[in-house]
Design a protein around this ligand. Structure first.
Ligand code: 2KA
Ligand code: SF4
Ligand code: MG
Length: 240
């Protein structure tokens, strides 16, 4: 649900940003454990029932004006560059809805020696200008078991563009071992690599339980396994 019309004035709709005042780590995927800053974009083009950031899109529960602010590229860059942390994670919601307006921010951060990771649901192909050294994509296609409508969440052309980019890791959320067969089908059909599997869970106990339930089978398939480090380390504290 896109909600309010997107902005034509070069500003970005942001839900939150964190990691400067209270430091944290990239909690998921190939860069897990690295110090990171986070810019969480507002708005999503999917409506997963398992979503843990519904404040970015669910206007049945939240008021858009209360959970998002307009920020300029200059404000966001000044904030990010006030920290020495090298990795800036741009997440959401779905950040690539706003990728045109993110381009100048990406350019400025790269020029200042930062690296950028996009956390994306893989439904919107990346702008060619984002396919440059220093930018990577953690592409997380959403499954039916996560409460996604796969007729909308699996977009073959977008997945093909990410797979061809050489800059993507495919990070699937698993709610349990029953998801691994569906992940394998998608991996084979869309030739996705490298494959990362991440346990669902917003408590340390849930993350550990799901990790134990899936780890053997993820290993047997020779896939990568990631945790949710911020959930283990900080529980579900906001801004971490
Ligand atoms: N520490 C931390 N790492 C993260 N990696 C991806 C996140 C996200 O919400 O997309 C996230 C997050 O919310 N916190
Ligand atoms: S794609 Fe991600 S942000 Fe969007 S509804 Fe699904 S889980 Fe939430
Ligand atoms: Mg999160």
């Amino acid at each position: 649900m896109l909600g309010a019309p997107l902005l034509g004035d070069g500003t970005l709709l942001i839900a939150e940003r964190f990691g400067v005042e209270v430091p944290t780590f990239q909690g998921e995927g190939p860069s897990t454990g690295q110090p990171a800053l986070f810019i969480r974009c507002s708005r999503c083009n999917l409506t997963c029932t398992g979503c843990d950031t519904k404040q970015t899109w669910d206007w049945s529960q939240y008021q858009p004006a209360e959970v998002s602010t307009r920020e300029t590229v200059a404000e966001l860059a000044r904030w990010a560059l006030s920290s020495p942390v090298e990795l800036v994670v741009v997440t959401g919601g779905e950040p690539l809805i706003q990728q045109q307006r993110l381009l100048p921010l990406v350019r400025e951060l790269l020029a200042a020696g930062r690296r950028i990771e996009f956390e994306t649901n893989g439904t919107i192909g990346p702008d060619p200008e984002l396919l440059v050294d220093g930018v990577r994509f953690n592409v997380s296609p959403k499954l039916e078991s996560f409460g996604a409508d796969e007729s909308r969440s699996i977009v073959p052309a977008a997945l093909a563009a990410f797979a061809a980019s050489g800059r993507a890791a495919f990070k699937f959320v698993a709610t349990g071992p029953d998801d691994l067969g569906r992940i394998a089908d998608l991996v084979e059909e869309h030739r996705l690599a490298p494959v990362w599997v991440m346990p669902e869970g917003t408590t340390a106990e849930a993350v550990i339980a799901t990790t134990r339930a899936i780890a053997d089978q993820v290993a047997a398939r020779r896939w990568c396994l990631t945790t949710r480090l911020h959930t283990l380390a900080f529980e579900n504290a906001s801004g971490r």
